[in-house]
Design a protein around this ligand. Structure first.
Ligand code: UD1
Length: 380
């Protein structure tokens, strides 16, 4: 019997682990323990995702909660260590680039447990971004690096990682999206928001998401983005599911005047919404005319869906979404955002291709490599 333990913590982790759990179930000789760090604890950011994705209740919840980066990371490490000592997994699986990812990787490697990192090698080359620090450090202590796109392989090689640790396997987040797309299409969200017309056709609408500290913690930047999007929202309604951090800042900076839109019959303006569950958000993105975001994962999801995406950042760690997909990195200057958005609305949607191996089969590839590794190391 082999024992794997996965750690998840924040919203973008859950859809990455779901296809892994499904695949691992096929192998009765692998026992799997799912640990939730508790980094995200709101129903809207966590519980609803477990329900939508059919994820099992975590075996352990560390309930580490919010705090400064140091406090949050340290709290997760302190609470995870005794679990690892007790469970004695052969491998700890971590996904993505959040604080839970680095905290778990560091705790495991210090106990001599091998770490496998899913979504390794991505680099924005911007160390001002907390996720970039998490990515680099997690990769540095991982012994198996599962990469979503070719740029990740190049980055790791450039950092001197031996080729035998690097595996280009595709994208588990896209596995999850392709598996849930049909189910999501049955979500009533488009009717609720008033954009579905007689059966299947939709009025054009946009989607906005913002949560990155560099965008939402600075009043001027946040105002610039909201003013560009509200000009765009005079042409088509823009639905804005708001992350708790962003909502708090919009209120405290007095920027609520930009969120004047209302859902329902004939929606207009920027329409503020609570954070959406996985299926509702997938349904909303799938039919959007344009998506504006500072998220990493949404750049990938829109690429897979072929929906035009404007990334409101100065860089992306996911260049395949620009090279193959529908993504444009436009920064945070209001005029530039508006010009790019208008240009998308004027033209028929640009053709987008999925990057190589974004075919829904990343999780089976990863599990095959993990099994081989366990056998080779005599851990199976
Ligand atoms: C985290 C990740 C980010 C990811 C994002 C997705 C890090 C460094 N950042 O950012 O990469 O894209 O999740 O959402 O790990 N809060 C709540 N309810 C919760 C959790 C948080 O209200 O369930 C509020 C708290 O005020 C908290 C703040 O959001 O202080 C930030 O939460 P945190 O987990 O530190 O980072 P995110 O901004 O969510």
């Amino acid at each position: 019997m082999s024992r794997l333990l996965s750690v998840v913590g924040a919203r973008p982790n859950f859809m990455k682990i779901a296809p892994m759990i499904d695949e691992l179930k096929r192998f009765p000789t692998i026992e799997h323990c799912l640990v939730h760090s508790g980094q995200h604890y709101d129903e809207l950011l966590s519980g609803n995702f477990f329900a939508d994705l059919g994820l099992p209740k975590p075996d352990v919840n560390l309930e580490a909660g919010s705090g400064s980066h140091a406090v949050q990371t340290a709290e997760i490490m302190k609470r995870l260590e005794p679990i690892l000592l007790d469970y004695q997994p052969q491998i700890v699986l971590v996904v993505g680039d959040v604080n839970s990812t680095i905290a778990a990787a560091l705790t495991a490697v210090k106990l001599g447990i091998g770490v496998a990192h899913i979504e390794a090698g991505l680099r924005s080359f911007d160390m001002g971004m907390p996720e970039e620090i998490n990515r680099k450090l997690t990769d540095a202590v991982s012994s198996l690096l599962f990469v979503t796109e070719q740029s990740g392989v190049e980055n790791l090689k450039h950092e001197g990682v031996p080729a035998e640790k690097i595996f280009l396997v595709g994208n588990v987040m896209i596995d999850c999206l392709l598996r849930h797309r049909e189910l999501a299409a049955r979500s009533p969200i488009l009717d609720r928001l008033g954009v579905r017309q007689n059966g299947s056709s939709c009025r054009p609408y946009g989607v906005l998401t913002l949560h990155r500290p560099s965008n939402v913690d600075d009043p001027k930047t946040l105002q610039g983005i909201l003013s560009a999007v509200s000009a765009l929202a005079a042409e088509l309604p823009v639905f804005f599911p708001i992350h708790p951090r962003t909502r708090k800042n919009i209120e405290s900076f007095g920027l609520g005047r930009y969120l004047t839109g209302g859902a329902g019959k004939d929606p207009t303006g920027i329409v503020p919404l609570e954070p959406l569950g996985y299926l509702d958000f997938l349904a909303l993105n799938d039919r959007a005319r344009i998506v504006l975001t500072d998220s990493g994962g949404i750049q990938e999801e829109t690429t897979a869906l072929g929906v035009p995406c404007l990334t409101l950042r100065e860089n992306t760690e996911r260049p395949a979404t620009v090279e193959h997909g529908s993504n444009q990195v436009v920064g945070v200057d209001s005029e530039r955002i508006l010009a790019a958005a208008r240009s998308i609305l004027q033209k028929p949607a640009r053709r987008s291709q999925r990057p190589p191996l974004w075919d829904g089969k990343a999780a089976p590839r990863i599990v095959a490599i993990l099994r081989e590794h366990l056998q080779r190391e005599g851990l199976a």
